[in-house]
Ligand binder design. Structure first.
Ligand SMILES: *Cc1c(COP(=O)(O)O)cnc(C)c1O
Length: 387
């Protein structure tokens, strides 16, 4: 059976060119980038070249890039690092209710350090309101963190407007751009952000590597302690193969930006158009908001999302629910709850996220699989009877 992967927001396959670039660093080029001999110099040169490529992707300077173990660590370093660098007596942070758990749970962690956090609601289409950010500002606000593209809905947040408000107030501004990289052109100056998170495995590099952009002059305390790596901002021997991979992936992302988002948008639009025409009682979440090209979040009324994911997987189509399975119970997604979906509809929602390898044939095959799986599950569903 041909397998169709529609879960690129969970992770992407490493591009063969990325794998080829990193392979020598898993083999013969094994030096520690901090060693002064030639083995070390070779590794150092590769790390610095990768830093330039990542910087170019977001129009930053190489010295402003800190390599991390991924998006989660980049988010944690931004939030904990800015908050702990502030000497203020009282501290307040503003974020949104639809952030990734890497941001939300880092914010919860600092609440235990007596930092106040405001979790702003979003519109029914999944977009944060800059005016609400402005109203939430307090004299002791030290950080605003609002993501660029939401991982469940694909909705694009008004980051540059929020950045202006942050700059006027003299507050540091972080954005999680993990789901925006390789989908939108990124320019840290145009966005106006002070900190920006990236993750390798969301942009066709392997898992376990990421980066945090830190605008020069932004005060950041380290959150781990060790050697003087990454200009004292992130200790630990550099993951040279991973960093090389991230650099290559950043180059490829930049090269593809001219054509790939438009191609993928056409696939996603075909998918949604046909879906709405062929299946009743569906709703595309975030439909009216600006969205990145690849993401489609759909509620299929009267259906349990998990059952539909499994039914589709049996038909060779891989997608996901937005729901996080914690302690065996299926919690409705915090993002879908935040846009006002009742728990029943939130649990009936699936995320389809398209990527480079997907074709029109994939979309058509996924639609066929969906149509029959939805019909079958609704026939069995007590929720659907009488509708
Ligand atoms: C995947 C993801 C992360 C976490 O990145 P990891 O590299 O998996 O730790 C953070 N934020 C968003 C929006 C994501 O989609």
């Amino acid at each position: 059976m041909r397998r169709i992967y529609l879960d690129h927001n969970a992770t992407t396959p490493a591009d063969p060119r990325v794998v080829a670039a990193m392979l020598p660093f898993l083999g013969e080029i094994y030096g520690n980038a901090s060693s002064i001999h030639s083995f070390g110099q070779q590794a150092r040169a590769a790390v610095e070249q990768a830093r330039e490529s990542v910087a170019r992707l977001i129009a930053a300077r190489p010295a402003e890039i800190v390599f991390t173990s991924g998006g989660t660590e980049a988010d944690n370093l931004a939030i904990l690092g800015v908050v702990r660098a502030s000497r203020a007596e009282r501290k307040h942070v503003i974020t949104s209710q639809i952030e990734h758990h890497a941001v939300l749970n880092a914010c919860q962690a600092i609440e235990t350090e007596s930092v106040e956090v405001t979790y702003l609601p979003v519109s029914a289409d999944g977009v944060a309101d800059p005016a609400a950010v402005r109203s939430a500002l307090r004299p002791h606000t030290v950080l605003i963190s609002v993501m660029l593209a939401n991982n469940e809905l694909g909705t694009i947040q008004p980051v540059s407007e929020i950045a202006k408000i942050a700059a006027e107030a003299g507050v540091a501004f972080h954005t999680d751009a993990v789901q925006a990289a390789c989908k939108l052109p990124l320019d840290v100056s145009r966005l106006g952000v002070d900190l920006l998170s990236l993750s390798g495995h969301k942009i066709y590099a392997p898992k376990g590597v990421g980066a945090l952009y830190v605008r020069s002059g932004t005060r950041l305390a380290p959150i781990a302690f060790g050697g003087h790596h990454e200009r004292d901002r992130r200790p630990g021997t550099e993951n040279v193969p991973g960093i090389v991979a991230l650099g290559r992936a950043a180059q490829l992302a930049l090269d593809r930006l001219a054509t790939e988002p438009a191609r993928i948008a056409a696939l996603r639009d075909r998918f949604e158009r046909e879906l709405l025409a062929r299946i009743s009682d569906v709703r595309v979440n975030g439909y009216l908001a600006p969205r990145v090209a690849n993401t489609s979040n759909v509620s299929f009324r009267f259906i349990e999302g998990e059952s539909l994911v499994i039914a589709l997987d049996l038909k060779g189509v891989s997608c996901s629910t937005g729901a996080a399975c914690s302690s065996g119970a299926i919690e409705p997604s915090h993002v879908l709850t935040a846009i006002g979906l009742p728990p029943q509809d939130a649990r009936a929602s699936l995320r389809f996220s398209f990527g480079h390898a997907n074709t029109e044939a994939d979309v058509d095959a996924a639609l066929d699989a969906l149509e029959s799986a939805v019909r079958h599950l609704r026939e069995l569903s007590p929720l659907a009877s009488g509708s």
